[in-house]
Design a binder for this molecule. Structure first.
Ligand code: FPP
Length: 258
């Protein structure tokens, strides 16, 4: 039995070493659906809010790992337009947690060169959170090592509906003609038009769906799913995702390069 364990450990060590040696192709933009906080807490007999707290702490570690790997944009799905249907207590804790995260992580973000941005229907968030967000965005505007984009009150369908409204207003005011509306104009009306599409989208926790996340931007994204719950998602899991991404053949509708 113990020999079997030894063999397993040796094999596992080799696998991790090999992972570290592989020449990784690094995505410019990584997006993550931070799922599984509730189940993580339930497994430990803790309230769901403890899972969200652990998830927020884990985000700090994942940011460090992204910087180490040279990823330039990290978008994380923190609160969707559908999450308002959760119990009030959970929503209130999450809103407090977002404010606490922005304050607590501030010094570290400054030291690491992390620019903080937000994506979503921000006008629908509590006023105090809105002002914390605008200060954080303004204070970190000059940093350029990693852009951490937090999707808050975000829904891909709402983003597209709001983009349609913006374009319709531009037509009404005579700024554009309807027949000039193409993919580039639609993109220009999205929340963060300057941010490149995500190359890789990771969803931990065993669910395999997009849940209204970046539906326009993910047209040619690669996906990586894992059973691990978000608070447990660590550097080794990130490296495994990057190794899988490295092996993908991205053709964007074209033909394989030979
Ligand atoms: C989904 O897991 C997670 C959320 C709806 C909230 C995500 C929030 C965090 C990771 C914490 C705070 C984030 C920041 C940016 C400070 P779930 O609750 O649906 O988990 P379950 O599917 O196991 O119930």
């Amino acid at each position: 039995m113990s020999r079997l364990v030894d063999i397993f450990k040796t094999k596992n060590k080799r696998r991790l070493k090999r992972t570290a040696k592989v020449d990784l192709r690094i995505p410019v933009h990584l997006a993550v659906i931070m799922d599984g906080n509730g189940r993580w807490a339930r497994k430990r007999g803790l309230p769901r809010t403890a899972g969200h707290r652990a998830g927020a702490e884990n985000l700090e570690n994942v940011c460090e790992a992204c910087i180490e790997q040279g990823i330039q944009y990290l978008t994380v799905y923190a609160f969707s337009t559908e999450n308002w249907s959760r119990p009030t207590e959970e929503i209130d804790t999450l809103m407090d947690l977002f404010i606490e995260f922005i304050h607590r992580f501030d010094t570290k973000m400054a030291r690491e060169g992390i620019r903080l941005r937000f994506s979503g229907d921000l006008a629908g968030l509590p006023a105090h959170l809105q002002s914390t967000i605008s200060h954080a965005e303004e204070n970190s505007r000059h940093r350029d090592r990693l852009q951490l984009i937090i999707a808050l009150n975000y829904g891909g369908r709402r983003e597209l509906a709001q983009a349609c409204r913006k374009l319709a207003e531009q037509v009404r005011s005579g700024k554009i003609e309807p027949d000039t509306i193409d993919e580039n104009l639609v993109r220009s009306a999205l929340y963060l038009p300057d941010v490149p599409d995500p190359d890789l989208i990771i969803r931990p926790s065993g669910e395999q769906r997009l849940s209204n996340f970046l539906i326009w931007q993910s047209a040619y994204s690669e996906f990586w799913f894992s059973d691990v719950l978000w608070p447990d998602f660590n550097r080794e899991h990130l490296l495994a995702a990057l190794e899988a991404y490295t092996m993908r053949d991205r053709r964007f509708g074209g033909l394989k390069q030979i």
